[in-house]
Design a protein around this ligand. Structure first.
Ligand code: HH2
Length: 286
């Protein structure tokens, strides 16, 4: 992949990574930690703990995207997310903050409060959100999915999942460009578990390298997801070992960023995978 560099808040990211995005869910119903961080103070404490564990970014979200999750009105999502961003910024939080939303009103309010990146699981299918991102001049994560969390399971039909994800992410890049967001301000994410069966998620992970032809840094979010349960039978709260295996596999396959709940453990797994990846290039001759 051509070299890339992305300014997110106060930090410039470039190179192969790995970089770790820690998940802060300010939701009552997230699939793995719903309700635990709903109170703004608890979510702030969670973000501080993830930063102490070595997170390079924190991703604050106020709406669960698990299959069949109930949609949350924009005002409620703002009420959950914005106080968390405000309190972190007021406290001098040094780690760039990302907002996990597909709603233009929520993105606008979070960016105004100090968020530096928009993480959109809908890959900018809403042109109003694209407008907010373009106007703010911030970077954006374009994630692949089809439909909405309510109906995405029925839309998991592919002839060639990796090729179709690549083509649909290329379409998302075109939507961004049309709205005035240059490719240089994007990250791409194949959307593990979104409109994908467990087998399709595994195939996308195995063939992640094919997405490198799109020329943008890749973010992958395997943390505690159901493909791990399908491969092992482990319940959600028992999926850390499976998450670490997926993090290592993603880094070896070319992921630059991983989005995880368990930052310290995932960071160690990602760093070891990256060291193996780099050793494969052999000794550097001088
Ligand atoms: N996964 C989830 C949410 N947002 N964003 C990106 N870019 N990539 C992902 O894989 C991704 C994401 C789902 O995980 P989580 O936030 O823990 O659960 P919930 O949506 O139920 O809050």
């Amino acid at each position: 992949m051509a070299s890339w560099s992305l300014r997110i808040g106060s930090r410039t990211f470039s190179g192969p990574g790995p970089f770790v995005m820690g998940v802060v869910n300010a939701t009552p119903d997230s699939f793995s930690d719903g309700g635990r961080f709903l109170d703004a103070g608890a979510a702030v404490a969670r973000a501080l703990a993830l930063a102490a564990e070595g997170a390079d970014l924190v991703d604050v979200g106020g709406e669960s995207t698990r299959p069949g999750a109930a949609p949350v009105p924009a005002e409620e999502e703002i009420r959950r997310v914005v106080p968390v961003v405000e309190r972190l910024v007021a406290g001098g939080f040094a780690v760039p903050i990302s907002v996990d939303t597909s709603k233009p009103e929520v993105a606008r309010a979070a960016l105004r409060a100090g968020a530096a990146l928009v993480n959109d699981i809908q890959g900018l299918s809403d042109p109003r959100l694209a407008g907010v991102v373009a106007e703010a001049g911030v970077p954006v994560v374009l994630m692949h999915m089809r439909g909405t969390p309510a109906d995405m399971r029925e839309r998991a039909r592919y002839d060639d999942v990796a090729a179709e994800v690549r083509d649909e992410l290329a379409e998302a890049l075109r939507r961004a460009a049309t709205a005035g967001i240059p490719a240089e301000r994007t990250l791409l994410d194949p959307g593990i578990g979104f409109a994908k069966t467990a087998a399709q998620s595994l195939e996308v992970l195995a063939r992640l390298g094919e997405l490198r032809t799109l020329g943008r840094p890749l973010l992958v979010g395997p943390s505690r997801k159901s493909f791990i349960g399908a491969a092992t039978g482990a319940a959600v709260e028992e999926r850390l070992p499976g998450t670490l295996a997926a993090v290592a596999a993603a880094v070896l396959a070319g992921a630059h960023f991983v989005r995880v709940h368990d930052v310290a453990a995932s960071r160690q797994a990602a760093l070891v995978a990256a060291a193996i990846r780099d050793a494969a290039r052999g000794p550097v001759s001088v």
